[in-house]
Design a protein around this ligand. Structure first.
Ligand SMILES: [Zn+2]
Length: 299
């Protein structure tokens, strides 16, 4: 994962849209047991297809941080902004990173100044980090020419939430500067989803957080879905009941995942996992009473 920024950018074709993966970092081995405690080595060992890409022989889950970038209807779009550099975080895997993320974005053809739209699937620290960067000691928007967009239900949930200090810090350094620059738009996302522009739709996928959205792309009869955190790891295709320790509403999260997977199974929709290690993308197929991912490697 820690490849130099001049290596080819992984990408997938969705009709005439090219979706690029913008790598930030591979998360440390301790991430899996913390995030998905029910995905034990025994559970993982029961799914051959997870190896070697999505899990090591030791049963340790591989979990990445990356964004997706694409052009749709003339708009240059980035979905989620990772952990960010130099952020003060309680989680040591997220604390004070120094990655080449902006260089990778530029290498993919998306220099930060060129981005038109930043979609935030939800407001967790590993999805909003590159909203801002430090300039002369202050956090300023990384994408000053972009509208940033998240679900109204998501922003309002956190506005009413009794935040611990670490979360307040995240809002201070990664959300408030965007709001103060008047770059944040809140979107009402009804049950049937919200169309942003032709070929781009937000799909309500609550549970992990109340206003969580997945992002659907469509072009020329082809469809792709960017998961955000309604699915963290492919093991959850085989075991949709396995939730994340940080799900706000675990029952809702499980119900959302079950319904989403049922709707995707056997279709041509390309599932693009926001935390899935390479090959990152695939199709959902029936498997052993649940599902598995049939990987679609990047071009
Ligand atoms: Zn996440």
């Amino acid at each position: 994962m820690q490849t130099p920024p001049d290596t080819p950018v992984p990408s997938w074709a969705v009709g005439d849209i090219t979706v690029h993966r913008i790598d930030e970092t591979l998360l440390p081995p301790a991430t899996g047991p913390w995030l998905l405690p029910d995905a034990t080595p025994q559970v993982v060992a029961g799914q051959d297809w997870l190896h070697p890409h999505f899990a090591g022989d030791d049963g340790i889950l591989r979990i990445d941080s990356h964004s997706f970038a694409f052009v749709v209807d003339g708009l240059r779009v980035l979905v989620d902004t990772g952990i960010g550099n130099g952020k003060e975080r309680a989680n040591p895997a997220w604390h004070n990173l120094r990655t080449d993320y902006p260089e990778r974005l530029t290498a993919a053809g998306f220099p930060p100044g060129s981005v038109d739209l930043v979609i935030l699937t939800h407001l967790h620290a590993d999805h909003v980090g590159w909203n801002t960067r430090k300039e002369d000691g202050a956090w300023v928007p990384t994408f000053p020419g972009a509208r940033y967009l998240t679900a109204r239900a998501e922003r309002e949930f956190w506005a009413a939430y009794d935040m611990e200090e670490a979360r307040r810090q995240m809002f201070r350094d990664s959300m408030i500067p965007v709001e103060q620059a008047d770059l944040l738009d809140l979107v009402d996302v009804p049950a049937e989803g919200a169309r942003i522009t032709p070929g781009l739709r937000l799909v309500p996928t609550p549970g992990h957080t109340p206003g969580h959205v997945a992002v659907e792309l469509s072009s020329q009869g082809a469809t792709a879905l960017i998961t955000g955190d309604c699915i963290h790891h492919p093991v959850q295709l085989a075991h949709p009941a396995i939730g994340a320790c940080v799900d706000i509403d675990p029952q809702q999260s499980e119900a959302t995942r079950g319904a989403l997977l049922a709707s995707l199974a056997g279709t041509d929709t390309l599932l693009l996992g926001t935390h899935f290690a390479p090959p990152t993308a695939g199709r959902v197929v029936a498997h052993g009473g649940a599902y598995r991912l049939r990987p679609v490697p990047a071009a």
